[in-house]
Design a protein around this ligand. Structure first.
Ligand code: SAM
Length: 285
């Protein structure tokens, strides 16, 4: 039995039509209306599981207007399922506005979990860092994309991006420019589909690999970029070491350490110890 006046947010496959849960199929067969990003795509999915439904189109350009209709349906006791073309609604997909307004009106919003491209890629990438930041789609223009990437430069979490095939080369090139050749990039392409590929390499090596085979530039992509190295608290960065060395040439040790701490924000005790070491190396007893 379905709950009355409820919105079910239903995850659908990201490629392989069998990647849908039994619960999702049950709900899609029973709701009064299915709100879909592209009705034809979702009809195809439901038909492959012998389910027919009453449809309403909901996409990024009509989400606000269609939300009013869905609220009216919920008010009359109906229940609605929301699906998008692939994966989990609301994740780089429409849904958040609808969910927010349905919740605000006091109706139940019930998530039906399932496929998501980012998590699918992460699960098979073998990345040991337990922390990640899901970014989604980067800006489409190089200037803005590089600016956005630069803002993420010191992130220590794995960074997860979605990218379209016609921008994959430009995007990886910009990553190389901003993060340098040695950062690790995992490319997860066409997950759960015939040409599924998961490639792990440095940015430099991965760009060469992509350029060498145009087939690898086709399809849908998740990019997992390893995070910045986490500095040991007792370690001093190259930049701080340089600043401290310069200041030690001009100032007394304590003052040089104080200023370096202020400029770089690094650990005072580590800088103090380094200053002592540098002094000892310069003036051996
Ligand atoms: N809501 C979806 C989810 O939960 O992952 C994402 C929808 S977003 C509009 C579509 C993007 O997700 C694609 O451009 C691609 O970057 C990524 N994606 C979707 N399916 C994929 C797949 N099978 N393999 C790799 N990436 C995929």
């Amino acid at each position: 039995m379905l709950e009355k006046s409820a919105l079910y947010v239903v995850a659908t496959p990201i490629g392989n039509l069998s990647d849908i849960t039994l619960r999702a199929l049950d709900i899609l067969a029973k709701v009064d209306v299915v709100a879909a990003e592209h009705i034809q795509n979702s009809k195809h999915l439901l038909a492959s599981h012998s389910i027919s439904a009453k449809w309403i189109s909901l996409h990024q350009h009509n989400e606000t207007a269609v939300t009013d209709k869905i609220l009216a349906l919920l008010a009359s006791g109906g229940c609605v399922a929301l699906v998008t073309d692939a994966g989990t609604p609301g994740i780089s997909d429409p849904g958040a506005i609808l969910v927010q307004r349905v919740r605000a009106q006091g109706y139940s919003v019930i998530p039906i979990p399932g496929a998501n491209a980012a998590v699918c890629a992460l699960s098979a990438a073998g990345i040991t860092n337990p922390h990640f930041l899901f970014y989604g789609f980067l800006p489409t223009k190089t200037g803005l994309r590089q600016r956005e990437l630069t803002a993420l430069q010191s992130q220590t979490n794995t960074l997860i991006f979605y990218e379209a095939p016609h921008r994959i080369l430009e995007c990886v090139t910009d990553m190389l420019v901003v993060f340098g050749p040695q950062r690790q990039l995992t490319i997860a392409r066409e997950l759960t589909k015939l040409f599924e590929t998961i490639h792990v390499g440095t940015l430099q090596e991965t760009l060469v690999w992509l350029q060498a085979d145009t087939n690898q530039q086709k399809g849908e992509f998740v990019l997992l970029l390893s995070g910045a190295e986490i500095l040991d608290k007792s370690e001093v960065s190259e930049q701080a070491r340089h600043t401290l060395t310069c200041l030690l040439n001009e100032l007394p040790l304590k003052q040089a350490v104080k200023l370096t701490t202020e400029i770089t924000g690094e650990n005072k005790n580590s800088l103090y110890q380094l200053a002592l070491d540098l002094k000892a190396a310069k003036y051996p007893e």
